[in-house]
Design a protein around this ligand. Structure first.
Ligand code: HAM
Length: 416
């Protein structure tokens, strides 16, 4: 028998209600903020990610699912931002629309070592605003993330914010780190020794205890920021204060992707252990230009759906309407049953039946297994009298209802 690939999941009926609940709530909230859903493909030219995330990014170096054929090399998307910017440019939205506010959800692929909250196929729920450098958008994006988490009834999360500054500032920060860490190199893990050569900022992100100890002594602050970037960062924090959104400024927060500039943020959850980031994002003011478009600001974030679901401990499942289950006994009733089911479904009543012509006992067992609230029983006698037996499984009561009144009677009873 074939098995799932490690780090992938089957999302089955016991779980799907929670997924749909988050997706539905998110769709409604994104609409309130005037974000429009987009669905780019899951495979892209591998170069799009190499260029956008940076050749030295861990995702590009080690984690991409790459598909090669004779003349092309594709990658299963490891994230959504690069695809969205590609779609923005390829569809000329920079020329026709200027500012766009998009949201998206769907599978992402990273070849990581699977563990709780870390999969090889996982799902993002994310959004991107392309076409503005205003700090007001940073505030909107972070407050939108906060609103979504509240709508999912998730508590105990912490928003951490930092500013990396413009490319010049990032360079200044890298130079500072190079100087400060040079003498400490032997204390760093082999990966960080490599990071020191390729992209020293990534050392701040290392989970190795020895590296964390060295990094903690660096005494970072935002002194590497130029005046414009300082101003931008201050306006973002003032906006968050004004909206009473709780956050912590973490000068050690860098992100594992090259495209970030200025504001970056990460949202962590207390109960998730090692993989505690439920979402993250930030500005990427140079990416649109880098991919061949105009010089325009952009910002976004993505939640990991699987981690949201681990953090959402309150019951958020959208309840289905009570199920009505039809049992027919005999050929004539079976034929009439087809019409009854059809009429009930068209009238908006959720119903099902036994397709196998089981005995009354067997069909009742099936109705129970399907968690039916109401059971309808139609035999030859009922059919002759043009009535049907309506059984309330919860109240253990039953009555005969004229077939012509069935829809009205059920509509009075079923709860949505
Ligand atoms: P990211 O931090 O790589 O950012 O991913 C965002 C979120 O996806 C993480 O905070 C985490 O919840 C979830 N995630 C990442 N990897 C895995 C995994 N292997 N298994 C389960 N969940 C995972 C981005 O991808 C950026 N594109 C976010 C962004 C949007 N920045 C600007 N716009």
């Amino acid at each position: 028998m074939f098995k799932r690939i490690p780090g992938t999941k089957d999302i089955l009926s016991d779980e799907i209600g929670r997924w749909q609940s988050i997706e539905d709530k998110a769709g409604a909230i994104f609409a309130l903020y005037n974000y429009c859903e987009v669905r780019p493909p899951v495979i892209e030219d591998v170069g799009l990610f190499q260029r956008s995330l940076g050749e030295s990014a861990e995702i590009v170096q080690k984690q991409m699912f790459v598909i090669k054929n004779a003349d092309s090399t594709y990658a299963l998307r490891p994230e959504g931002t690069a695809s969205i910017v590609r779609a923005y440019l390829e569809n000329n939205l920079d020329k026709n629309q200027g500012l766009v506010k998009f949201y998206y959800s769907g599978p992402m692929f990273r070849l990581e070592r699977p563990q709780r909250g870390r999969l090889r196929q996982f799902h993002h729920l994310g959004c991107e605003v392309i076409g503005s450098s205003s700090p007001k958008v940073d505030v909107e994006i972070i407050s939108l993330a906060d609103t979504l988490l509240k709508a999912f009834a998730i508590e105990d999360y912490h928003i951490q914010v930092n500013s990396l500054g413009c490319p010049k500032d990032k360079k200044a920060l890298s130079q500072f780190l190079n100087k400060a860490l040079e003498a400490k190199l032997p204390k760093l893990c082999p990966d960080c020794q490599e990071r020191f050569k390729r992209n020293v900022l990534r050392i701040l992100d290392c989970k190795n205890e020895a590296c964390k100890e060295v990094v903690a002594k660096l005494d970072l602050n935002n002194s590497h920021l130029c005046r414009d970037c300082q101003g931008h960062a201050q306006r973002v924090l003032a906006g968050l204060d004004f909206l009473k959104i709780k956050y912590l400024v973490n000068p050690y927060l860098v992100r594992g992707l090259d495209y970030y500039t200025r504001t970056v943020f990460e949202i962590k959850h207390d109960a998730l252990g090692a993989q505690d980031a439920i979402g993250a994002g930030g500005r990427y003011d140079n990416l649109v230009k880098e991919l061949g478009g105009p010089d325009c600001g952009a910002i976004g974030f993505a939640f990991g759906m699987e981690r949201l679901l681990l953090a959402a401990t309150k019951d958020i499942t959208i309840k289905n309407q009570d199920l009505t289950y039809l049992i027919t006994l005999g050929e004539a009733a079976e034929n009439e049953g087809l019409k009854i089911l059809n009429d009930l479904r068209r009238a908006g009543i959720r119903c099902d039946t036994d397709y196998e012509g089981k005995s009354l006992k067997g069909a009742m067992r099936q109705a129970n297994d399907a968690k039916a609230r109401y059971v309808l029983i139609l035999g030859d006698d009922e059919l002759k009298k043009r009535v049907i037996t309506l059984k309330d499984m919860q109240a253990s009561q039953q009555q005969e209802v004229p077939l012509d009144n069935l829809i009205t009677e059920l509509k009075k009873r079923v709860s949505n």
